[in-house]
Design a protein around this ligand. Structure first.
Ligand SMILES: Cc1ncc(COP(=O)(O)O)c(C=O)c1O
Length: 526
């Protein structure tokens, strides 16, 4: 497969705006054959400030090697780390930082850094740059893809974007016009729906199974196959056949479900059969949570060092749709938000080279490259971690596994606490245990009481929410993350709960008690 083949096949997927979204560069152009330019011309063309005008001489970023390392100095540590955490003292930030500095935790970004080619210097990072991203970061992203999710074809590439929110915006701007149909999980990250609709598209929901069973959870493949095979006689016959499927395959938001590999294969086969693209939005894939063990609820395979980096990459992580993609129809979206900093606003898209070029065209005439300071911080911190291991990728993956370990611990604490509550023991709610990500679903057992016939459940879920707020817990309602009320309302009576933000074990345990009280009050007082 060469670039021309990709161009021939994928041009017809592009929105009508793409052709006009071409940079009108005024600073370059083809030369006639008889002109041989000077090998070392003096730059009087580019409107770029000379780097001597940049006021930042150096940046110094103080990093930790472990999440929550600062809590060894903090009152807030409490029980989150069983082996650490002072009680009763204020967090002495300065003492902590001083201590770290003495132990060599500083990452330096210098204006010029001729001796460290893998580092990104200030003079380069603060300057105007390629929209695609700085070469060091692009190369690092390619290495992540090559090691963990190598596409099943050669002509792929990556581009950076400003967080997956931006990746999604650009992707749907690139593919959606009025009349374009996009499939999406019936419960989804609703800002994506806004992007699709704003670009003129229509979202058609695909039924999902919100169940504990690893093989059947997520997109209902039979439903999807039936819908596509019988489109012309379906309720969507007035719409065009789908051009795209938007899916959050691992640790789905909001259901917490993960698609099995077998289902990924079947969905990919449907994409080939019906010729649609798959947009795989995967912010949570690296947060893989080993199965919760009720007999040993605190078991955490990451913390007990049972997993090597190779095990993590080869046995633990779910494989992306792109690993089975032989023709370049998958766009994979990764982000540094959940693994590094949401505020760094850096993500990347992996797709075939022709489509990546179209997305870069869009960046060229809009936001251009992600913030250079953010790229410099990210590249240099990763490089710093890399010096402690075999290479940058190993250093990064060690960090990522530590983050996944924290999520596993939090999941363990919350599930143990929820399973121990009175309301759970009375059967007043059920839970689905996620195998990835930061979300779980909690379903009140409405069927247990004749106070809650189907027609009453939407209101009852709202009342449940008020009781949760009175007891002191904030959650998201399944009813708020529906694509189409008509199709999904009856299946949407669940809460999306996250263990990502709570301060510590005690807060998670307290949250479980408050949830239990709210459920009991719902059943007693409704
Ligand atoms: C499914 C999904 N996609 C995208 C995002 C946005 O990520 P980013 O911070 O990279 O813009 C989120 C964040 O919550 C998400 O849940």
């Amino acid at each position: 497969m060469d670039y021309e083949t990709l161009q021939n096949h994928y041009t017809r997927f592009l929105s009508s705006r793409v052709a006009d979204r071409k940079l009108r560069a005024f600073w370059s152009g083809a030369l006639p054959a008889h002109v041989t330019p000077h090998p070392d011309p003096i730059e009087l063309a580019a409107g770029m400030p000379n780097e001597g005008l940049f006021p930042i001489e150096s940046l110094h970023v103080n990093v930790v090697d472990e999440p929550f390392a600062h809590e060894q100095y903090a009152v807030r540590a409490r029980q989150l780390h069983r082996d650490g955490g002072g009680r009763g003292e204020e967090f002495d930030s300065r003492a902590f930082v001083q201590d770290r500095l003495e132990r060599g935790s500083l990452v330096d970004v210098w204006r010029y850094d001729p001796d460290r080619p893998a580092a990104l210097s200030g003079a380069v990072a603060y300057q105007y740059a390629e929209s695609r991203g700085q070469p060091q970061l692009l190369e690092f992203c390619r290495r992540i893809v090559q090691r963990i999710n190598p596409p099943a074809y050669d002509q792929w590439d990556v581009t950076l974007a400003h967080g997956s929110s931006d990746s999604l915006f650009k992707v749907f701007e690139t593919f959606c016009d009025a009349g374009v149909t996009v499939l999406a999980e019936e419960f989804t990250f609703t800002p994506t729906v806004s992007n699709i609709v704003a670009a003129g598209g229509t979202v058609v929901p695909v039924k999902v199974n919100v169940t504990q069973d690893a093989e059947s959870q997520g997109i209902d493949v039979e439903f999807l196959a039936d819908l596509l095979d019988n489109w012309a006689s379906s309720r969507y016959a007035h719409l065009s056949k789908p051009r795209l499927l938007y899916t959050i395959p691992t640790g789905q938001n909001p259901t917490g479900t993960t698609l099995s590999q077998a289902k990924r294969r079947q969905i990919y086969d449907l994409a080939n059969k019906h010729d649609f693209l798959i947009v795989e939005d995967d912010p949570y894939g690296y947060l893989k949570l080993p199965a919760f063990d009720r007999a040993d609820p605190h078991h955490n395979a990451y913390a007990s060092d049972e997993l090597s980096v190779d095990d993590y990459c080869d046995k633990v992580l779910s494989k992306s749709f792109i690993t089975i993609d032989t023709v370049g129809r998958v766009l994979r979206l990764e982000t540094f938000s959940k693994l590094f900093l949401p505020g760094v606003r850096i993500s990347f898209i992996v797709a075939n080279k022709f489509l990546i070029d179209r997305i870069v065209d869009f960046a060229d005439v809009s936001v251009r490259a992600p913030n250079g300071i953010a790229q410099a911080v990210l590249v240099n911190v990763i490089h710093h971690w890399g010096t402690k291991y075999h290479d940058d990728l190993q250093g990064w993956l060690h960090w990522v596994m530590k983050v996944a370990s924290q999520y596993t611990h939090r999941r363990n604490v919350l599930f143990q606490a929820l399973y121990s509550t009175d309301a759970y023991k009375k059967g007043l709610f059920t839970l689905t245990e996620p195998s990835a990500g930061m979300f779980l679903t909690l379903k009140p057992s409405f069927e247990k009481s004749d106070k809650f016939p189907l027609s009453e459940r939407e209101r009852a879920l709202d009342v449940f929410n008020y009781k949760l707020l009175e007891e002191g817990v904030k959650v998201v309602l399944g009813t708020k993350m529906i694509v189409c009320r008509e199709l999904s309302l009856d299946r949407s009576f669940f809460l999306r709960i996250t263990f990502a933000y709570a301060a510590d074990d005690l807060q998670l345990q307290e949250a479980a008690s408050r949830i239990s009280r709210a459920v009991e009050r719902l059943f007693d007082e409704y």
